[in-house]
Design a protein around this ligand. Structure first.
Ligand code: ADP
Ligand code: MG
Length: 617
């Protein structure tokens, strides 16, 4: 048989390599910013158009390149940063693989302008899909400017794979933040579609964090500082009371390089043990310095994962450093490190007032009395019902029904229900009431003509709320509930931008904002939103708006309805009264698509009597 193996041409090899290095516009941003830092720049300007789909440009005032270097920089494995294999284990620069420029140039239109300080004139090189189109001598400032246009112009599949502009911009901002946070000694600016989003002068770490995440951040930061022989940790953790439900601000930098490490994240969380509310995550900005010889950064093409020589020691040091800071700044009840932390009062309980146990006695009880009287337990239950009236669930199905006129959305849903479900349920309405019960605080069971209906309470409520919100946004404004006192929720400037872009839709759902510039002040919320849950619901919304809108086919209103429905739906574990169970069933079957959640998961299943019969055979 003849030989069949051949070497791939360079441009094909480059395109394959690009698959690893250049996943989306944000990857290009990261590589270019890192090159500018390696070039010892003191000011770096990032210019983006259409979330990087049409332009990504990085201009630096670094050391620039000679004509020959400029030409060589696009070759694969061309780097000025290492010379031998040993150097791989003593990396002091961001780059060293020499493949970023080659990869990017393989999948975009590439324009490089560069000049070294001691040269009169600079060099311009234009490349399209690995092919050099022109090379000129030009007049240009000291430093380098790299402009990437039409990313993935020659790989349509890749281009189509890109997410909406919102999502791609989000990823770019994430990369920008990571680089800017790690280098407060460098000034940065960032422009998107002609607007300046950031202008960050040279400053210290704390100022950089505050400049990026908003002035309110300052008071939330607790400094961490610990130097040992193997590791120096500095930076900040956020006070536990500001922990968020979404994993927003978690940053590890090792030798000024942003890295992801679930192991180190675990160490920080361990230090926060007992201090965080349920399902919230600690925020942190931690800078670790280790001897470059003890880490391997070359295990992943994007270099965001690294291997440590002695992970266990780092874990222990990091954990105690964070714990120490939390203790020192009296954030935590634990100051004494030798104590068994299991013996400490969990934070949630530490500030709780002592409550005297009470014994309930039914003073009207007379064992000889013949006539019907209410048992003690029943009184307790009705009391409870009264007190829980303000909860989101109750207000949706009870309060609104009483207080709003009959043509409100809720009532109309209930009205539709009757017609839609009448054929499915047993004819006798009374039957339906009696035959409903809750299983494991998760499912609502109901008898239907053919057998049994099992509804997942959380998912069903999500569907109901989703359709309600969608109606509010698109057809008819939702009912707003005025807050007694305005509520302020902390958001960074960029998060406020996101909220502003959603403002008109949010108003339709019932939100009323008295201030949305500088900080957020809310005076009204959708009728079924509990006051205590407002920050969490909005945080989730901002997060979803940034990360979850997968493509343009899902409109902004759809995203908002989905997000609000998800975070406001009553959850598994919530006990429902019979009346609530009934409402749930009616409202669910009043929905346009009762079978599935907005994300397509089943809301209920049915089990036929025949099927049950078979099981008894
Ligand atoms: P790496 O950064 O891994 O060395 P790159 O492909 O990113 O590989 O860059 C190749 C080379 O081009 C670098 O080693 C550097 O010498 C040069 N270079 C790239 N960008 C710049 C810049 N902004 N300023 C000066 N030199 C640069
Ligand atoms: Mg590089």
């Amino acid at each position: 048989m003849s030989d069949i193996i051949q070497l791939l041409p360079d441009h094909v090899a480059n395109q394959i390599a690009a698959g690893e290095v250049v996943q989306r516009p944000a990857s290009v941003v990261k590589e270019l910013l890192e090159n500018a830092i390696d070039a010892e720049s003191t000011f770096i300007k990032l210019i983006i158009k259409e979330s990087g789909k049409t332009l990504i440009q990085v201009i630096d005032n670094g050391k620039g390149m000679s004509v020959t270097d400029a030409r060589l920089s696009f070759e694969r494995h061309a780097t000025s940063k290492i010379r031998s294999a040993e150097d791989l284990f003593d990396i002091h620069t961001k780059g060293f693989r020499g493949e970023a420029l080659a990869s990017i140039a393989a999948v975009a239109h590439f324009e490089l302008k560069t000049k070294q300080v001691h040269d009169e004139l600079g060099t311009q090189i234009d490349i399209q899909g690995s092919e050099i189109k022109t090379q000129d001598v030009i007049v240009t400032p000291n430093g380098t400017s790299v402009a990437i246009k039409n990313l993935f112009f020659n790989i349509p599949a890749r281009r189509n794979f890109l997410k909406s502009n919102n999502v791609e911009l989000r990823h770019i901002l994430d990369e920008f933040h990571r680089v800017a946070l790690a280098h407060p000694n460098i000034g940065f600016s960032m422009h998107h579609n002609g607007n300046e989003l950031y202008n960050l002068p040279i400053c210290n770490y704390r100022q950089r964090i505050v400049k990026i995440f908003g002035s309110k951040t300052n008071e939330k930061l607790v400094p961490v500082d610990e130097t040992t022989e193997v590791l120096k940790v500095s930076g900040f953790v956020m006070k536990p009371e500001f922990a968020k439900k979404t994993r927003g601000e978690q940053f590890f930098f090792v030798n000024d390089r942003f890295i992801k490490s679930s192991y180190l994240n675990h160490a920080v969380n361990a230090a926060f043990e007992g201090l965080l509310r349920e399902k919230t995550h600690a925020s942190y900005f931690l800078f670790l310095e280790v001897d470059p010889k003890t880490i391997d950064v070359n295990i992943h093409p994007t270099k965001t994962e690294i291997k440590f020589e002695d992970e266990h020691t780092l874990y222990a040091i990091l954990r105690s450093a964070v714990k120490h800071s939390l203790g020192q700044f009296s954030v935590a009840p634990v100051l004494d490190f030798d104590r068994d932390s299991n013996l400490d009062t969990p934070y949630n309980y530490a500030h709780k007032a002592v409550k005297t146990p009470m014994v309930e006695v039914d003073r009207t009880f007379n064992p000889f009395e013949e006539e019907e009287r209410k048992p003690v337990s029943k009184i307790g239950a009705s009391d409870f019902k009264g007190s829980s009236k303000g909860t989101s669930w109750e207000s949706l199905y009870v309060d609104t029904k009483i207080e709003t006129p009959s043509e409100t959305v809720f009532s109309s849903v209930a009205f539709e229900t009757d017609t839609v479900t009448s054929s499915m349920f047993d004819d006798d309405d009374q039957d339906l009431k009696q035959n409903t019960f809750q299983l494991h605080k998760k499912y609502i069971i109901n008898t239907i003509k053919s057998g049994m209906l099992v509804i997942n309470q959380q998912r069903a409520h999500e569907r109901i709320l989703y359709e309600d919100f969608l109606k509010n946004i698109t057809v008819k404004e939702g009912v707003s509930q005025q807050l007694l006192f305005p509520i302020c929720v902390d958001f960074s400037p960029k998060e406020l931008d996101v909220l502003r872009s959603l403002k008109s839709h949010l108003i339709q759902t019932g939100f009323v904002f008295s201030k949305i510039e500088g900080h957020l002040e809310i005076v009204g919320v959708p009728a079924n939103l509990e006051e205590a849950n407002i920050p969490e619901v909005l945080e989730q919304l901002v997060y979803d708006a940034q990360y979850e809108v997968s493509d343009q086919s899902f409109s902004q209103s759809d995203m908002i309805a989905k997000s609000l429905a998800k975070s406001m739906a009553i959850k598994t574990g919530r006990k429902l009264t019979e009346q609530e169970q009934d409402h749930m069933i009616h409202s669910l079957f009043g929905c346009k698509e009762p079978n599935v959640t907005p994300c397509g998961k089943a809301t209920f299943v049915t089990m036929r009597v025949d099927d049950l019969d078979k099981k008894f055979n």
